[in-house]
Design a binder for this molecule. Structure first.
Ligand code: MET
Ligand SMILES: [Zn+2]
Length: 715
């Protein structure tokens, strides 16, 4: 067995430095180019990555970290877990990823506590596993042809099965992994990386026993490369001694999120993740070197804490960032250089510290009056009908709007002209809602490219990048803002749009803000202050905006927190503390509102079980939540909610227009568990990805269904 190379990364961005893969995918999906052309772009991205990593001096190059869509889907294909209904599709892989005319795609959900989404493998009694090693093998060969020896990266059997909810199939699946190992060994592969991020979560005794079984058995395989089991996103905890007791040669630990293992790992190689793959900051050399020095193992390899998939490619591409900020940043390329320098004990230069300005003292968080008082004040003031109908905020983002925004950025459209177009769009949105007969109107958010980035652009302490794209799923990327300094709000942000909308109608217009937790969750946040302090700064900025909206005559204000669940720590022991500060931040942002002002919040997922108490703790007057998409599963859980609640009745993720009968049925189900005075009628989420045609038809049915139910209510 040859020793593990002295430096490596667990994975690399794969969308291409200029999102080449995104464009190639979309062109293929739209039938504008061939599968061969797509493959060519993929090969180019892979070749560029290996060359660049080698140029930067990285010793251990990974392969099979590329994916045309998702690495979990790739693993399902590797193991033959392709549900029968997709096999006949023209392109089964993309049918599973995106669905076809007649087929829904596999379910998609968030990858641990990141903003990356994977496809959930579907394994049932009918699943017959069968190894198809073409992809990992192909990448090893492809790299070799370019002169690079690589370490294929494959999702490990335990995590794969836990994600699929099918751990009972471990025995069969291990047979396939043994086969894969022997195929790779025959190819001359020396090391293979098996990713087991599920091991950083709390695991039952039975699951830990599965880990032992898996790696005992793979370790005993007759013909195999050396085994490197990688963990990331946290501490291995009780899984570490289990893994260490098996014959695997190397164990990867995340030393950014987790502590240095106390155990003596002599006899093993430890791949020490000391350069963070989850943030955009330069590494503090003393901290990294101290961690490396504290590991007790036969061989310590310098690595990233996880795949670099979660950070953008290259800081050097950012020509409009403030140089002082740039000096503090490291994207994937810079992080690789740090790994190399650390491995050569040549790491020099402490990154500059965040400049801290003196903020005015913290706003004392007042409490709002008890709900009963607020509800009475709001009822008298707003005079809404029973079952008030509203939407979640955004209306369709048209191509013209996007083009206008691009022209504004390019300097070919003046700010005044741009703003006039936004106003024209607001007017259209107001007229549509009046025509439909909605009760609480919105301005439609036409001025926003994105619900977090828009606020980041208008707050001090944030920067936005030009090319800092990070894959969210498939071809979808986001460009998270960088929260780099003390946050404050120099001037009102949304007041002009909300008051303009309100000036056009006699119905109440709801102000629309993004909540502090969601703003930090979808940004890269400074790491020199605890997140709870950063989030309070953001909360105070949102609070200023709430106050100004209220003062400008907006009597309903929605503060969205769709990311509340996302930051939930992976280990149960850390969850209560997080939920405590997350709820405190939300209340701080909203508690400046008077009793007559109705505060709404919005969440758009339905597996909310773990955070139900926290949602209740937000103390919003009205909570709108996804429900239609998930078959109204949420209703059982929210029955006890004592305030206004709008379980969605229209699944906005689908282009399909729900019939009035269907909406009526959902409303009846809601009314069976919630008192009518508390029920709101609304879609699952914002409408920005839909067309006006779909929205108007769907909302007309929502209104028709609501009217039928209202007619049955006692006068
Ligand atoms: C992801 S939640 C989106 C909420 C936002 N107000 C919208 O309607 O688009
Ligand atoms: Zn939503």
């Amino acid at each position: 067995m040859s020793p593990f190379p002295t430096s490596t990364v667990l994975g690399y961005p794969r969308i291409g430095p200029r999102r080449e893969l995104k464009r190639a995918l979309e062109s293929y999906w739209e039938g504008r180019s061939s599968r061969a052309e797509l493959e060519r772009v993929g090969a180019e991205i892979r070749a560029r990555t290996w060359r660049r990593l080698a140029e930067l001096g990285l010793a251990g190059l990974p392969s099979n970290t590329f994916s045309l869509y998702d690495q979990v889907l790739d693993t399902a294909v590797l193991l033959g877990a392709v549900p029968a209904r997709y096999r006949e599709a023209e392109d089964p892989y993309f049918a599973m990823a995106r669905g076809t005319e007649g087929l829904a795609p596999l379910r998609m959900t968030k990858w641990f506590d990141t903003n990356y989404h994977y496809l959930v493998p579907e394994i049932g009694p009918e699943t017959e596993f069968e190894l198809d090693p073409a992809k990992p093998l192909g990448e090893v060969r492809e790299a070799r042809a370019l002169g690079f020896e690589t370490r294929p990266v494959v999702l490990g059997p335990v995590t794969f099965l836990l994600l699929a909810g099918a751990l009972e199939r471990l025995d069969e699946v291990l047979g396939l992994y043994e086969e894969l190992l022997s195929v790779l060994a025959a190819e001359g592969v020396e090391w293979v990386q098996l990713d087991e991020p599920a091991l950083v979560r709390d695991r039952t005794a039975e699951e830990l026993a599965a880990v032992a079984t898996a790696y005992e058995r793979l370790g005993a395989a007759g013909s195999r490369p050396a085994l490197f089991v990688a963990s990331y996103f946290g501490d291995l905890g009780e899984s570490l001694p289990v893994l260490a007791g098996t014959p695997v040669e190397a164990i990867g630990v995340d030393l950014v999120r987790g502590g240095v293992p106390e155990a003596d790992l002599t006899g093993k190689t430890v791949v020490a993740g000391v350069v963070s793959g989850r943030d955009v900051w330069r590494t503090q050399p003393e901290r990294a070197l101290a961690a490396l020095g504290a590991v007790r193992a036969s061989h310590v390899v310098v690595s990233t804490s996880c795949s670099l998939l979660h950070v953008p490619y290259d800081v050097a591409a950012e020509d409009s960032l403030d140089p002082a900020l740039k000096a503090r940043l490291a994207f994937a390329e810079q992080k690789v250089a740090e790994v190399v320098a650390l491995s050569q004990a040549a790491f020099r230069g402490t990154p500059p510290a965040a400049p801290s300005v003196a903020l005015p003292g913290p706003v004392p968080a007042e409490e709002r009056s008890p709900y009963a008082l607020r509800a009475a004040a709001q009822a008298g003031h707003l005079r809404l009908p029973p079952l008030p109908i509203t939407t979640i905020g955004s209306f369709p983002q048209t191509g013209e709007l996007r083009a206008a925004r691009a022209a504004l950025t390019a300097g070919t459209l003046s700010r005044e002209d741009y703003e006039r177009r936004v106003e024209a769009e607001i007017e259209r949105v107001i007229r549509v809602q009046e025509r439909l007969g909605l009760d609480v109107l919105v301005h439609g958010e036409p001025e926003r490219n994105d619900m977090v980035q828009y606020f980041a652009e208008h707050l001090d302490g944030f920067a936005v990048t030009r090319h800092g794209w990070v894959q969210s799923y498939g071809s979808r990327c986001t460009r998270p803002p960088i929260l780099h300094g003390d946050v404050s709000r120099p001037a009102p942000i949304t007041v002009r749009w909300s008051t303009y909308a309100q000036s056009l109608t006699g119905k109440p217009v709801k102000g629309m803000l993004t909540g502090p937790v969601t703003i930090v969750a979808w940004s890269f946040v400074r790491d020199d202050l605890p997140l709870r302090e950063v989030v309070f700064q953001v909360a105070d900025a949102v609070r200023d905006e709430v106050r100004d909206l209220e003062a400008a005559g907006i009597s309903i204000i929605q503060v969205d927190e769709p990311a509340l669940r996302e930051l939930l720590p992976l280990r149960r022991s850390a969850q209560a503390d997080y939920l405590e500060w997350a709820v405190a931040a939300y209340r701080r942002a909203t508690s400046g509102a008077g009793d007559r002002t109705q505060i709404h919040t919005h969440l758009c997922y339905s597996d909310a079980d773990e955070i139900l108490a926290a949602i209740d703790g937000l103390d919003a007057d009205v909570t709108t939540i996804e429900s239609a998409r998930s078959g109204a599963r949420i209703l059982g859980a929210v029955e006890a909610f004592g305030r206004g609640l709008g379980p969605g009745v229209y699944d906005i993720h689908s282009p399909r227009v729900p019939g009035a009968g269907e909406v009526e049925e959902l409303l009846r189900r809601t009314l069976r568990v919630l008192p009518v005075e508390r029920v709101w009628v609304n879609p699952d989420c914002g409408l920005k990805t839909r067309t006006y045609e779909q929205v108007e038809a769907s909302m007309a049915n929502v209104v028709a269904a609501t009217r039928r139910l209202r007619a049955e209510l006692p006068a």
